[in-house]
Design a binder for this molecule. Structure first.
Ligand SMILES: Cc1cc2nc3c(=O)[nH]c(=O)nc-3n(C[C@H](O)[C@H](O)[C@H](O)COP(=O)(O)OP(=O)(O)OC[C@H]3O[C@@H](n4cnc5c(N)ncnc54)[C@H](O)[C@@H]3O)c2cc1C
Length: 498
């Protein structure tokens, strides 16, 4: 056991949230901050190059590579859940599409008794954090640490056909879905800077790494929070086989993500007391909502064969890959500098819905033969193909994260409970019909040779439901497992996140 040290703040997890916290807390030079991260450095070509997330998707060390439990909602299949295990966390391996929450999401939080979280409260924070290269206005900010780049002008020409078809299907074109309203069809904005990924670490952590009052320890796997007299006083972590405890004069900040934050709380004796006791963990605080209220977006793609060349035709032949590789290395431009989710938007599954509940995705490439375990972003189909996809925005189904055992290195149990509320399935069926409506409109319709997946045999609601259960999967947006709220029995932290 290594000697104890004392910090003012100990932050657990250097992901999207942890990097921001490390920056903001260490801005006061009199405050000593320790940032602990289970993964290692983010100095990696596949992290830097935007399309490299196809490589980090199953990476054995940069990624926790979780599998959920078999889930009845998805026909008994488990889902693959990548999560970043590296400086920058999931922001180092994600698809970079920059989407703010809907105004009504935040107003809903405030209405539930969480002061300070309304859309009006959050807007100045959103504006302050971004450097929107399209410029600032009443909704958008410039000069902030997180660079936001519109893919407008860089996307495949088919994205324009998608937008025109969406407009013909009655979906308005929205030039800025992060502005006044999210609703409509749009080209996506991404968190990239000069053709490189701009992760939370790039935006917030690396610029302040030299601060003397900020210490970052990588490969430090936190095994539990130390609690004395009802207060968190430090953490215990393992690094290179050595167990170390560090103590805090002020606070432990847990930002290990929706899977690992509840896991660490439960390992520390904070959770459902009876479940913890059953695993041999002494409960120190009965908090039954820890790990519960798990929410995730579920999505799927429809795959089309196109009569016009798509990105498949560029990325499939070796000379095409060489060409875009050279283009990227020499200019930091081209398809390798973008997300594959080039366009999309937000729509209502039915006209009477109060706000958008379906997210759309247009990707100018396809992989019908993707092998699980290998995400073939550069190994596309042999024909010219593209994908239209959807995911839900406000699923009602709730799952949970639970401990498998008292071993801090055992992956936790993930039970998403997808589609356990039938309205979620109905909404996705309606969403799939919107996809087909867009595909039936010109100019897209004129380019489509055939719908390959799921294909014309899937037509009725029952057939579409079966297809969704058979093919849908996580779009990797897990949240809600340490819920905020005013009532301790129904939440984990209070509106000040304590
Ligand atoms: C493949 C993929 C694609 C995505 N695409 C998008 C997208 O296009 N747009 C979008 O908005 N969102 C996207 N997301 C979601 C988004 O990236 C996450 O919601 C967000 O990064 C979560 O931030 P976080 O700070 O909660 O957790 P994370 O960023 O995951 O950070 C948690 C950190 O804690 C560390 N940690 C965990 N356990 C321990 C421990 N015991 N000890 C020490 N450290 C620990 C982890 O290693 C990690 O670095 C995507 C996610 C994935 C995985």
């Amino acid at each position: 056991m290594a000697t104890e040290q004392v910090f003012d703040f100990i932050i657990v997890g250097a992901g999207s949230a942890g990097c921001v916290l490390a920056n903001r807390l260490s801005a006061d030079p009199s405050v000593r901050v320790l940032l602990l991260e289970a993964g290692g450095s983010d100095f990696n070509f596949w992290i830097r190059m935007p399309i490299g997330y196809g490589k980090t998707f199953y990476h054995p060390t940069l990624n926790w590579r979780y599998q959920t439990e078999p889930d009845a909602g998805t026909g008994g299949r488990p889902s693959y859940w990548p999560r970043g295990r590296v400086i920058g966390g999931s922001s180092s391996i994600n698809a970079m599409v920059y989407v703010r929450g809907q105004h009504a999401d935040f107003d809903g939080w405030a209405a539930l008794g969480n002061p300070g979280w309304s859309a009006a409260d959050i807007l100045p924070v959103y504006k302050r954090m971004e450097d929107n290269l399209q410029g600032g206005d009443a909704w958008r900010g410039t000069g902030g640490p997180l660079t936001v780049t519109s893919m407008n002008g860089s996307v495949h020409t088919l994205a324009d056909d998608y937008l025109k078809a969406a407009a013909a299907a009655g979906i308005p074109i929205n030039p800025d879905y992060n502005g006044e309203t999210q609703e409509g069809a749009s080209v996506y904005q991404v968190t990239t800077r000069k053709g490189l990924r701009c992760s939370s670490a790039d935006a917030y952590l690396h610029p302040v790494r030299r601060r003397k009052n900020l210490e970052v320890r990588t490969n430090a796997h936190v095994t539990r929070i130390l609690v004395e007299s009802g207060r968190a006083v430090g953490v215990e972590y393992l690094r290179g086989g050595v167990k170390t405890t560090v103590r805090t004069a002020r606070e432990v900040v847990l930002s290990a993500g929706a899977v690992n934050s509840p896991q660490i709380l439960m390992l520390s004796g904070i959770g459902d007391a009876s479940q913890l006791s059953a695993l041999g963990i002494a409960p120190i605080h009965h908090a039954p909502m820890v790990g519960r209220n798990l929410q995730d977006h579920l999505g799927f793609d429809y795959i089309y064969e196109s009569s016009r060349p798509t990105l498949n035709d560029v990325l499939r032949p070796w000379w095409g890959r060489l060409g875009v590789g050279l283009q990227y290395v020499l200019t930091r431009k081209g398809p390798l500098s973008l997300s594959v989710n080039q366009a999309g938007g937000f729509v209502r599954s039915r006209p009477d819905r109060p706000r958008p509940d379906i997210q759309l995705y247009f990707s100018p490439l396809s992989y019908t033969r993707a092998v699980p375990g290998k995400r073939a972003l550069m190994r596309t189909d042999l024909f010219s193909g593209f994908m239209l996809g959807i995911s839900n925005c406000h699923p009602k189904s709730r799952g949970e994260i639970a401990l498998r055992s008292a071993d801090p290195f055992a992956p936790p149990l993930i039970r998403p409970n997808y589609l356990s509320v039938s309205a979620d399935l109905d909404e996705l069926i309606d969403g799939a019909r919107i996809l087909r409506r867009i595909a039936a409109m010109q100019p897209l319709a004129g380019l489509i040779r055939r719908e390959i997946v799921p294909g014309p045999t899937v037509e009725t609601d029952d057939e579409m439901a079966a297809d969704i259960r058979a093919r849908s999967g996580s779009v990797f947006h897990a949240c809600g497992t340490c819920a905020m709220g005013p009532e301790p029995g129904r939440s984990v932290v209070d509106p000040r996140l304590r």
